[in-house]
Structure formats: C-alpha cells, structure tokens
Design a protein around this ligand. Structure first.
Ligand SMILES: C[S@@+](CC[C@H](N)C(=O)[O-])C[C@H]1O[C@@H](n2cnc3c(N)ncnc32)[C@H](O)[C@@H]1O
Length: 181
C-alpha cells in the first residue's frame, strides 16, 4: 500500500455525521446523476458518496464502488445493506496503479482521492476510458492537502487524458472540477 493512502481506520473519521454536514453527498452529486445510470465512485472509502449515488441511480441503475482497501469495501457493504441499496452497488477492489473497471459509466466521482494515487495521469486515463461518450466526472480535492497549483496540475493531467473541463462547481473546503469525455 503506498504511504500516501488514507489508512482504512481513518475512514470512520471521514465518513460520519459531521462530515455529512460539510459534504452532503446527495446534494453534491445530484446534478450529475439520473435514474438508471451507471455511476462509478473511485476511491469510495466507506461509501459516503456511493450510498447516496445508489439512491440517485434508483433500482434500475448501478453504482460501482472502487477502492484499494478491502476493509473500506467491507464497511461500505455493511452500510449499503443497512441503507437498503446493497443490490445496486457492486464493489470493486483496484490496484494502486490499475483501476481495472471495464463497465461503461455515465458518471465517475473521484472525491478526495487523486492526490493519494501514485500515477494520477494513468488513473485519469482509465476514468476517461470507462466513461461513455458525453459521460462526466466530478473531481474534488481537499484544500487542506492539495494546493491550488497542485490541483491545476491534476487538471492538466485530466486534459491530457482527454477530459474536457466544463465547470468548476463549488464544493465546501475543496477544489472541484466537472470534466466531460
Ligand atoms: C481520503 S479517502 C476518501 C474517501 C471518499 N472518496 C470520501 O470522500 O469520503 C481516499 C480513498 O481513496 C482510496 N484510494 C487511494 N488510492 C487509490 C487508488 N489508486 N485506487 C483506488 N482507491 C484509492 C483510499 O483507499 C481511500 O479509501
């Protein structure tokens, strides 16, 4: 596991009621998700966003919750079952340098995770590859860990991967960008 990766037990501190007051997950992703969509949550952690996304895609949609750490995915599965949306969430364990999702997606979220990835350009290329044409991706990075300049560098990598910047939505305490394939 690369040193930069958020340890799994910290998941309990970043996915809790207080965090939901700061980052209301449904409100943040609702503009991009419609019923029936396939949505990917890259670096999903314990599922703060995946579970909200599962509510938004509805019974006819699907969420792929992808993370490196099996412990994160186990907690996510328990929480999804409690929320009654486990049947719409497919967990996927990725490698540090390989996302490995091949399902075509309408939307991909990468929230507070790209700065932990050893090869961000490669991950962005993989996100591009699994988005359907016209599919969109929301990239958000915490201001606490990622400077404005470093976020600009990530956006340059996204552009090289073929993702077009279409908006800079406001997300509390974060740099954020909406990208389109
Ligand atoms: C700070 S947490 C954010 C979790 C969640 N997105 C959120 O906002 O609550 C970062 C997550 O990204 C995952 N992660 C780090 N590098 C990754 C990679 N290369 N591929 C997939 N997940 C990764 C970590 O295991 C961790 O669960």
């Amino acid at each position: 596991m690369p040193n930069s990766v958020c340890p799994w037990w910290l998941g309990y501190f970043i996915d809790n009621r207080l965090r939901r007051l700061i980052h209301d997950p449904a409100r943040i992703v609702a503009p991009y998700i419609r019923p029936g969509m396939t949505a990917l949550d890259v670096g999903c952690g314990m599922g703060l966003f995946s579970i909200a996304m599962a509510g938004l895609v509805g019974p006819g949609g699907c969420v792929i919750a992808a993370d490196l750490q099996p412990e994160m995915l186990h907690v996510l599965q328990r929480r999804a079952a409690r929320a009654g949306v486990a049947d719409r969430i497919r967990v996927h364990r990725c490698e540090p340098r390989h996302l490995g999702v091949t399902t075509p997606c309408d939307f991909a979220l990468a929230f507070a995770m790209l700065h932990e990835v050893p090869d961000a350009g490669r991950l962005l290329a993989e996100i591009h590859a699994c988005l359907k044409p016209g599919g969109r991706s929301l990239l958000a990075e915490p201001r606490l860990h990622v400077s404005a300049r470093a976020f600009d560098d990530e956006l340059a990598l996204a552009a090289s991967a073929g993702l077009t910047l279409c908006a800079r939505p406001a997300v509390r305490w974060c740099h954020a960008a909406l990208l389109e394939r």
